[in-house]
Write a protein that binds this ligand. Sequence first.
Ligand code: URP
Ligand code: ZN
Ligand code: ZN
Length: 463
Amino acid sequence: MTFDTLIVNGTVVTATDTYIADVAITGGKITAIGQSLPRENTTRILEAKNKYVMPGGIDVHTHLDMPFGGTTSADDFETGTRAAAFGGTTTLIDFAIQYKGQPLRAAFDAWMQKAASKATTDYAFHCIITDLPNARLDEMAELVHEGVPSFKLFMAYPGVFMLDDATIFKAMRTASKIGGMICMHAENGGAIDVIVQQALAEGKTAPKYHALTRPTTAEAEATSRAIALAEMAGSPVYIVHLSCNDALEKVREARDRGLPVYAETCPQYLYLSLDDMEKPGFESAKYVFTPPLREKWHQEKLWTGLKQDHLQVVSTDHCPFCFKEQKEMGKDDFTKIPNGGPGIEHRMSLIYSGGVGKGRFSVNRFVELVSTTPAKIFGLFPRKGTVAVGSDADLVIFDPNREHIISAKTHHMRVDYSMFEGIKVKGMPDVVLSRGQVVVEGDKFHGKPGQGNFLKRAVYSGV
Ligand code: URP
Ligand code: ZN
Ligand code: ZN
């Protein structure tokens, strides 16, 4: 037996198992897992004693190079995949946007164009649908055929992305027939807009009013409506960036009834709160994203939701805008602050530290939340999301004891601030492999733009 690479003496962690073994890689795939695998003729040996060997992270919610709010998100597919890899994430699912009047295919083509020559690790797409007359319903199947079996719909952002219930219902009915998954931005955009207009009329223009005009009830109502529409349509639904206990309760109730309802939350909702919106001056614009930050008590409810499988995934909703010049567009009016925050790099460390490090859940549950379940829900398993013979060798040698203080001074995202500035994490990737190639080794990056492959995903078939 000869191998390209052998990772030796590590503790292999999957969603179900933890054991000491060597992991052998040939041709970008895992080809053997066992004890004392032969080292002769192996080109590269990576020592992993006292480290975890886990599947590369999968971040199913990113917005790279995305035009939004009158500007474009600051990371493109090169800087975004690179920063993700430094954090142990080796697969992204980004969002290709269909603009009004366009065929869905145009979204896919445009985002392939953005990613193909730049991505340093593998990527896939969901399609954001903004315009779905009956004549376009068949185009959803065309995208499924291209390997894009998930569609993000918005119940918020009226006049930009928001769809009415009839259109959402039609999209869900179509998804149910073709193995599609509906990803839902669940906030009641109509009600929020009324509250926002009133705030502006009262001269409330500071960033904190972004959060104060988007109540948790608006998220819970939309979550409940999305679940009801999906139930009537017979389709699965995946609630994106769930931020509060009120919405979590709706997901939990639906799952208790056995419905194929899933939800993700993001590190910002687990670590930050409305208190951060009280920072002086314009500082709190750094935390303007939707749904907004909530009262602090929601955080522990979300951590418990992750532990108890009421929430299945942690993604980032990485949508970075620089504080200077981009966030500053809304200096006099919070509605003009581009919505989004940077997070692609620190998801794994933040969730490991706060989850495993704080004793909230096991390292296996951690792997499940950041890699295995995302792969299963979004048609990438078992190619991605596990450490198994035949799977892609997207692997992280993770040091559970390495400490790091998150800072914009050291991060790799192309953005001039960190949402998590000063937070100390324990548990960091040491070495990261993408299809068998070492892309990150400590603070060195060996990946190349264009090395990442587009991943054609399979249809939803249950988890
Ligand atoms: O504020 C956010 N979340 N920006 C990205 C777009 C979205 O709604 O996911
Ligand atoms: Zn959204
Ligand atoms: Zn998003």
